[in-house]
Design a binder for this molecule. Structure first.
Ligand code: ADP
Length: 454
């Protein structure tokens, strides 16, 4: 069997216990095939980029590269997170394009390619993850690497006219043709990429998933919706009810219904709109005052990026405003918490909730929606309220699907979830869970790797 080489910006080292679902899945894939995980070391150095560190663990090598302060700033904080992230999440208004950060992004990708190429064996299969690494395969090909290389885009692929607003977009996005296989989260993402290839780089997209660029390079594109470790999360959630922090949450609620939101503090998650929708709910349903508590967990993320600092201030203002207007001495309608929790505790929180509120303005998939469903108690499952703009909505039809821009619509969905009879809750939840059981993260990685090797 060929070795597997995973490439991603962050590498979850074997001693990192708080690794997320994707990291655990990648470790499992590496264990199955043997191989290497390659990416940034997490270190920013004063010296030039490029120092490598390797750690062996069983049949897996972890190989990471340091980046200089300036390279990291241009590549990660700059082009990846201030240019590509907003662009790929349909937020042209937030795109900050600069030639120097674009150059930094290219430079760092070229350096990753150079260091990686030196580590590759002839029959290794290479799987590259996400928007930080789009040009990696092209650079590897220039260095003579002929291995199979696949790419999976975890974030959305926006409409072609939006992509084309990026200066030099053709250079960046046509480089995807250097992969053998490009994977997307949903059919819509694949459609939009195919349109882009036709309209803006003069290529062809065939109905069997083959694509061809104007200069004749053929590659394949397909859909692989990412999922979660459903059984593991269900078990974790069940076990979590004995944890002190979960019990304290429950006791603090009394007989109140708990609505939960769990998101990185990111503008793609639609948190200000969600807070306003909750305020609409409080305005429109005064009878329910005192009966419902909305807990929003929002760990701070990318705090070096100015747009994220502004978002944080906005949410603090909104949370204060909503509670100031609606709270009573014995009831706080909105609990807003910027902390991280262990996954075990988080699943216990999900299970304690009656309503899961997941309303991103755009999301590649949204794993929180899936984790919420997997964590529920089969006897008293909660209701998922889900944005139609999350990739997850394509599969999770039995959720209450909302448009996050329609604040009254979200408010009504909350009221509908609150009033939903137990039989309907169970029916909807059973259908959602059945799909998650069948299509979990293990099947996801198998399908991708099968398609890449085949
Ligand atoms: P994104 O990848 O954009 O952050 P997803 O919903 O796909 O969004 O994945 C988020 C992941 O982060 C989930 O696995 C979720 O459990 C985890 N997470 C989010 N908030 C917290 C928190 N407060 N504590 C711990 N984990 C969190």
């Amino acid at each position: 069997m060929s070795r597997l080489v995973i490439v991603s910006n962050r590498v979850a080292m074997p001693n990192e216990h708080r690794a997320g679902g994707l990291a655990v899945a990648m470790r499992a894939a590496l264990k199955e095939h043997g191989g290497m995980w390659f990416g940034w070391s997490g270190k920013r150095t004063k010296d030039a980029s490029g120092t490598l560190h390797t750690t062996e663990n069983g049949n897996t090598t972890y190989c990471t590269m340091d980046l200089s302060v300036e390279d990291f700033d241009h590549y990660y904080n700059g082009f990846a997170n201030r240019t590509l992230w907003p662009l790929l999440h349909f937020r042209l208004d937030l795109v900050d394009y600069r030639r120097d950060t674009q150059d930094g992004y290219r430079r760092v990708n070229a350096l990753f390619a150079e260091k990686l190429a030196a580590q590759l064996r002839e029959d290794d299969i290479v799987w590259v993850h996400d928007y930080h690494m789009i040009p990696l395969a092209q650079r590897l090909r220039e260095l003579g690497v002929g291995n199979r290389i696949g790419f999976f885009l975890h974030v959305p692929m926006p409409s072609s006219d939006l992509l084309a607003a990026l200066p030099n977009h053709e250079v960046l996005f046509s480089s995807l043709a250097s992969y053998d296989l490009v994977g997307f989260q949903t059919e819509r993402d694949l459609d939009r990429f195919q349109s882009y290839v036709r309209l803006y780089i003069g290529g062809k997209a065939f109905s069997d998933g083959r694509m061809r660029t104007a200069d004749g390079r053929e590659f394949r594109a397909a859909v692989f919706p990412i999922s979660i470790d459903t059984e593991h999360i269900a078990r974790q959630a069940k076990a979590a009810s004995t944890r002190a922090s979960v019990q304290r949450l429950r006791e603090s609620l009394g007989a109140r219904v708990l609505t939960i939101g769990v998101d990185r503090l990111d503008y793609s998650k639609g948190l200000p709109d969600r807070f306003r929708a909750f305020e609409h709910f409080l305005d429109r349903y005064p009878d329910l005052h005192g009966q419902i508590t909305y807990l929003q967990l929002a760990p701070v993320s990318r705090s070096e990026v100015p747009e994220y600092q502004a978002l944080r201030r906005e949410l603090e203002g909104l949370a204060g405003h909503i509670n100031g207007r609606h709270a009573s001495p014995d009831w706080t309608p909105l609990r807003y918490v910027n902390r991280d929790f262990s996954h075990g505790v988080l699943t216990g929180f999900y299970r304690s909730a009656d309503i899961g509120l997941v309303t991103p303005l755009r999301d590649g998939m949204n794993l929180v929606a899936k984790e919420f469903v997997a964590s529920q108690d089969p006897e008293t499952p909660g209701v998922l309220v889900l944005s139609r703009f999350a990739g997850a909505a394509a599969e999770m039809k039995e959720a209450l699907i909302v448009n996050p821009y329609d604040l009254d619509g979200v408010a009504d969905a909350l009221a509908q979830a609150h009033a939903m009879p137990a039989t309907e809750r169970k029916e909807r939840w059973n259908a959602l869970l059945k799909r998650l059981r069948r299509y979990d993260i293990t099947l996801w990685r198998h399908k991708f790797l099968e398609a890449l090797s085949g």
